[in-house]
Design a protein around this ligand. Sequence first.
Ligand code: SER
Length: 339
Amino acid sequence: MRKEVVLVTGANGEIGHGLISYLGEKQASRIIALDVQPLEDNLKPYCERAIQGDILDTMLLGRLVADYDIRIIFHLASILSTKAEYNPETAHRVNVEGTLNLLKLAVEQSSWQGKPVKFLYPSSIAAYGLPTLEKKNQSGKIKEYDWNSPITMYGCNKLYCEHLGRYYNFYYRQLAVDEVKHTIDFRCLRFPGLISSVTVPTGGTSDYGPEMLHAAAQGVPYNCFVRPDTRLPFMVMPDAIKSLLQLAEAPQENLKQLVYNVTSFSPTAEDFFHHVKKAFPDAEINFKPHIARQRIVDSWPGDVEDAAAKRDWGWKPDYDEKRAFEEYLIPCIRQRYAN
Ligand code: SER
């Protein structure tokens, strides 16, 4: 008998860390962790197996299908928005072809198992593209189907992969004579900027928030690459993990859409600065906007409407802005760098 497992791609990334630590501590699932980088040592005990490999390696994925009964896929591997702009074609390969490989693996597994494999996919506020800062400031909470004209390769990749998920969920091989009965169960979250007390993001454009905080806690000066008035929605990692797992567990009949916004609070970069300065009064933080990265952030919503997630699967973040900083970020970050 093949073992029933949960597959996590991008296992060594920020969400991967949070998810594997959480699932591992509950000891509820056998985790197969896949990442191009070696998995961090402290995550290894939580995993049935840690594989260092590429989601573009179809032979590797083929062997996974042969070895395991994969019940849930958390496909977290991706090249983030800033990094993607330095090599858009490579980003496209990883973000789109990589996702296509995993979707194909999922339909194959579904047909072996005779039931849909759950496919959890983190999309992003980068899937939106507001044409001007004025529009952004006037638009309030953005709904899932508004302003879907992203200006970054990463945003285009995320939006397109949402559509691929919809295709594999409902229409895969729709002209085949032998009707495909068991496609996948695709579920997608559009995350805001994420902040963790444990890890620092690499290559994103919402990174100024977490970078400012982690730099201050380490006593390192920081130049913030956006203007003080820049507003983005954010969420702390425990809420991101909670939302992923809540969506994974939601009864399918309650889900009226495949893609859901989630968020918790929408600070400006200046609000971030004040929270950080309050906790670390000696922090040396300057605002030195980077024009091109600023333009990207200006095209992302200042807030998103997550009413559908609330309605369909009871989404509610545990951390508002005050609690996020006072009860999670500041104390955990202090402890992290004290050790
Ligand atoms: N945090 C991501 C980025 O900045 C957006 O999803 O690229």
